[in-house]
Design a protein around this ligand. Structure first.
Ligand SMILES: Cc1cc2nc3c(=O)[nH]c(=O)nc-3n(C[C@H](O)[C@H](O)[C@H](O)COP(=O)(O)O)c2cc1C
Length: 321
């Protein structure tokens, strides 16, 4: 590939494809201390007859050798409330299985509880895939539940939601306002208002010269004395590699600065004065956008709207959760 091929832009392009999130587990032997597991969104279905799935693993993963040697692996499709588990298995740490009660499946692989689906596989083929290996597994056993899956898009977690046009306008694409049922349906109104607000906010972010992911980094660092890359990845629920790329770029543009290492020798980044100015500018723009959207509301109406929304969001005493 040409030398102008930019890995960061390539990753961004690939990140536009939304996926679910899985944890793939295997074991090097019968002792739970030999269990391994990694968060992976490279999972995909391959064949129905015989039933086969695939996923790919980076060669620099600590668990690499174990997966290469293992006769079996299990894929767990995560539920929307399993972000914490996903983050835990996305780190190279020793205690990934601490506190988890796991049954064992085909080939002695650890099985995680409460997932959307679990597929126990025999490693059928392993293919070279550049800096990754591609594992194709024959599915020996599977189970699934009606839990809602976790979604990953543009380097961050997202939630699955019904397409608003399908839900409220129908396949005909008829405007929601023309449908008597949808017209005053609270969910339809809140969804459409939320999309308008998010669109306006993201426009404000771009007008302030930032990408949405850069704004998330600035917001996570705002008012603090700096965070390690690991903590920043946790705060922004982004992949560490994406955070590292963005931080490099933002440091290059003078928006962030690296702080001197503390006693723990961990590198930290903090907002630079230029980044603070951009954050202040953005917050003024966002406020102006909000004003523009609410310009037709009288002050009393605005108060009533905010208080109703707080109650609906469960943020006010007396709200029904
Ligand atoms: C949402 C998400 C998806 C990921 N997908 C993959 C993947 O498909 N393949 C991979 O090798 N690493 C992937 N990773 C990174 C690994 O989970 C991470 O490198 C992990 O630390 C590897 O564990 P190990 O070093 O203990 O083996 C992903 C991380 C996240 C947060």
């Amino acid at each position: 590939m040409s030398s102008t091929f930019d890995p960061r832009l390539f990753r961004q392009a690939l990140g536009r494809f939304p996926t679910g999130v899985t944890i793939v587990t295997a074991t090097a032997g019968p002792d739970p201390a030999q269990w391994v597991g990694v968060t992976a969104n490279s999972f995909n279905s391959v064949s129905l007859e015989p039933p086969m799935v695939l996923w790919s693993l980076g060669r620099n993963a600590r668990s690499f050798e174990t997966f290469v040697e293992a006769s079996h692996f299990a894929v767990h499709i995560l539920a929307e409330n399993q972000q914490g588990l996903s983050n835990r298995f996305a780190r190279t740490v020793d205690d990934k299985f601490d506190g988890l009660t796991c049954a064992t499946g085909a080939g002695g692989v650890p099985l995680l509880d409460d997932c959307v689906a679990c597929l126990e596989c025999r490693t059928a083929h392993v293919y070279e895939g550049g800096d990754h290996l591609i594992f194709v597994g024959e599915v020996l056993k599977y189970s699934h539940s009606d839990r809602v899956p976790l979604v990953f898009h543009e380097g961050r977690y997202a939630a699955l939601e019904e397409h608003p046009e399908l839900a409220w306008s129908g396949r005909s694409g008829r405007n929601a306002a023309d449908r008597p049922f949808a017209q005053d349906h609270l969910h339809a109104l809140v969804t459409q208002a939320s999309q308008r607000l998010a669109g306006a906010f993201h426009r404000a972010v771009r007008e302030a010269g930032l990408e949405v992911m850069e704004w998330r980094i600035l917001a996570a660092l705002a008012g603090g004395s700096g965070l390690s890359l690991e903590a920043l990845a946790d705060e922004t629920v982004m992949k560490r590699s994406d955070v590292a790329d963005l931080v490099d770029r933002m440091v290059g543009r003078g928006i962030l600065q690296r702080t001197p290492d503390g006693p723990d020798q961990v590198h930290r980044v903090a907002i630079a004065p230029a980044g603070q100015a951009q954050l202040d500018d953005l917050s003024a723009r966002a406020q102006a956008q909000e004003e523009a959207l609410l310009q037709d509301c009288a002050p009393a109406e605005r108060q009533a709207l905010l208080s109703a929304l707080r109650r609906l969001a469960g943020r006010e005493a007396g709200s029904s959760a």
